[in-house]
Design a protein around this ligand. Structure first.
Ligand SMILES: NC(=O)c1ccc[n+]([C@@H]2O[C@H](COP(=O)([O-])OP(=O)(O)OC[C@H]3O[C@@H](n4cnc5c(N)ncnc54)[C@H](O)[C@@H]3O)[C@@H](O)[C@H]2O)c1
Ligand SMILES: N[C@@H](CCC=O)C(=O)O
Length: 541
């Protein structure tokens, strides 16, 4: 550290821009989007700060216009992954001993660049290649990523300033060393902010990183890499590799210097990582940190005392924003019979007013699902629900991939609380409702708790404080992010630290001190000022 105990700028959440018709931000983002739509970007991967292009490429298609191509990215070979690990190790020599305030300054600069000159490019990339409407892109790829960067810098200093006490004659110090090796960051398609945070958080704490983004998020990953470079991140601290996930992961997890994985994605993939790490355990220099935020089957439970319109709005936003492709999206709901008429009317009203199409038209609330695989999976569940006697599709159910991967926002009502779409994570714009007899509300809480293997987010609605307290206790382990009278999505960094337990992950809460603590390996230092010179206890004379 330099000569001073420095305070960092106090983190505040980045204000969300409105993108109202005629506003300068709307004009700016749409102009950028249209320009990028016509370009053919040639995205390299980055090792040791150098751009690599193998010529073995994958075309990038907007999900809402799947025959249109906006560029390509290059597939890395095994030798590139080995090189990335080598370059990370080289970069570690200087980076791990760089003073924290200089590491912090880089990420604070990245936050300011994203709040300013990178904002519209990042949002447009996310709108175009991940099919997010402008509001969803703004809260994710601009605001949440900025918040991750600024708040994590603040949390970093809170960690560093946490020091042990010292008795007279000694000075005890706690040093928060980076891990001895490199961190593997592996990121999902659905949040640009998560893609940026997973490599940035360990890097901020002095670690070096090999980062593999999801194939369907490579476009905005490329903009993130450009952002970090513009902020002055030294070469080799974060190495971005693209290509075959199995090969990349196997190569990385087999390396003796692998020191930790920072994962967000599906439960099955995370479990496979854990198994491989277990099998390789004798091979590593240290015990790797395993941090993974995974799937969800998030719920809304409404008590007869709740407000029907509030519940309906939570369903309309919580289940359908970003086509239900949020790990936090409401995908099962439990509704009391007495409120069902009013709730149904309000949801049908909302969904009938949704417009679906390209994000280029900001009035489209619903855009496309991410790719053919998701489209096929979701349309399969819809076809099945049309046949099943215990499921009734009350709105939606249609799909069409002639232009883009469009799935209609769908509400299934089931008479079977364990119906497949009440239990399985679908990750699309489909919610299943179970209508219960009002008198059974307490028993239904047991159902909520036991129906799914996940425990990510959940929301309860009630106007009765005793009921709220009881439900909060009964559902103690059912959600890592628990909402009272609100939708279960839209956690804000610094306000609702995010992560779930059970099959939803290690619950290390992205964008918090608890997460950053996983990327340091503490050393306790005791310094004695006047060391003893005689071994005898005082009473031994
Ligand atoms: N809990 C959270 O905070 C959170 C946040 C966002 C997304 N998610 C979850 O992520 C999932 C959706 O994202 P996704 O579709 O990108 O997830 P995914 O599991 O398919 O992919 C995540 C990452 O793992 C890689 N991957 C996929 N298969 C692999 C394999 N066999 N070996 C090695 N790597 C592999 C992908 O390329 C990607 O980089 C959902 O389950 C969602 O709930 C969770
Ligand atoms: N943190 C986000 C979800 C991230 C997962 O996809 C939310 O709270 O809605």
């Amino acid at each position: 550290m330099g000569n001073g105990f420095f305070n960092v700028p106090v983190a505040i959440n980045e204000p969300v821009k409105g993108y109202a018709p005629g506003s300068p931000e709307r004009e700016a983002v749409l102009t950028t989007y249209k320009k990028m739509y016509k370009e053919q970007v040639d995205i390299p991967f980055y090792i040791g700060g150098k751009e690599y292009r193998t010529g073995n490429t994958v075309d990038i298609h907007p999900p809402h216009d799947n025959k249109h191509c906006v560029g390509k990215y290059h597939i890395a070979e095994k030798e590139h992954i080995e090189l990335a690990i080598e370059k990370a190790a080289e970069a570690r020599i200087k980076w791990a001993s760089t003073s924290w305030e200089h590491r912090a300054a880089i990420f604070l600069k990245a936050a300011d660049l994203l709040a300013g000159p990178f904002r519209y490019r990042m949002n447009a990339a996310t709108m175009m290649a991940q099919s997010k409407n402008v509001f969803q892109a703004e809260i994710d790829s601009a605001c949440e990523l900025i918040d991750f960067l600024r708040f994590n810098v603040q949390f970093m200093t809170e960690i560093y300033s946490n020091q042990p006490i010292s008795s007279p004659g000694f000075w005890n110090r706690m040093e928060y060393r980076p891990l001895e090796g490199f961190v593997y960051a592996i990121t999902p398609f659905n949040f640009t902010a998560i893609a940026g945070n997973l490599p940035a958080a360990p890097a901020m704490m002095g670690n070096v990183v090999v980062w593999k983004p999801a194939a369907t998020q490579v476009y905005s990953a490329y903009v993130i890499m450009e952002l970090f470079k513009a902020a002055g991140l030294p070469d080799g601290v974060i190495n971005l590799v693209t290509g075959n996930s199995g090969m990349i992961t196997d190569t990385i997890l087999a390396n003796k210097d692998f020191a930790g994985v920072h994962f967000t994605g599906s439960t099955a993939v995370f479990n496979s990582f854990w198994e491989t790490i277990g099998k390789n355990i004798n091979h590593y220099k240290s015990y790797p940190r395993i941090v993974g935020e995974t799937g969800g089957k998030d719920f809304i439970w409404a008590h007869p005392s709740s407000n029907a319109q509030e519940v309906a709005t939570a369903i309309s936003r919580g289940a359908f924003e970003y086509q239900g492709q949020k790990c936090s999206a409401a995908s099962r709901a439990y509704i009391p019979k007495s409120l069902w008429g009013d709730i149904k009317k309000a949801i049908l009203n909302d969904i009938n007013s949704f417009k679906m199409g390209s994000p280029e038209d900001p009035s489209n609330f619903i855009n496309a699902v991410i790719d053919k695989k998701a489209f096929t999976k979701l349309s399969g569940y819809l076809d099945q629900a049309k046949k099943d006697a215990d499921a009734d599709i009350i709105i939606g159910g249609g799909y069409d991939d002639s232009k883009g991967y469009f799935i209609e926002p769908t509400v299934i009502v089931t008479t079977n609380p364990k119906y497949t779409t009440m239990c399985t994570e679908l990750f699309g714009p489909i919610i299943t409702l179970y209508i219960y007899e009002d008198k059974d509300w307490e028993a239904v809480l047991e159902l909520v708790d036991s129906t799914s293997e996940y425990a990510l987010t959940g929301a309860i609605f009630s106007g009765d404080r005793y009921v709220i307290e009881l439900a909060t206790k009964k559902l103690e382990n059912a959600a890592g992010n628990f909402y009272i009278n609100d939708k279960p999505t839209g956690a804000v960094v610094g306000q609702q630290p995010f992560g779930g337990a059970r099959a939803s992950g290690t619950n290390d809460k992205a964008g918090s001190v608890w997460n950053l603590l996983r990327w340091v390996n503490n050393r306790t230092i005791k310094e004695t000022f006047v060391p003893p010179t005689d071994y005898r206890y005082p009473f031994l004379g």
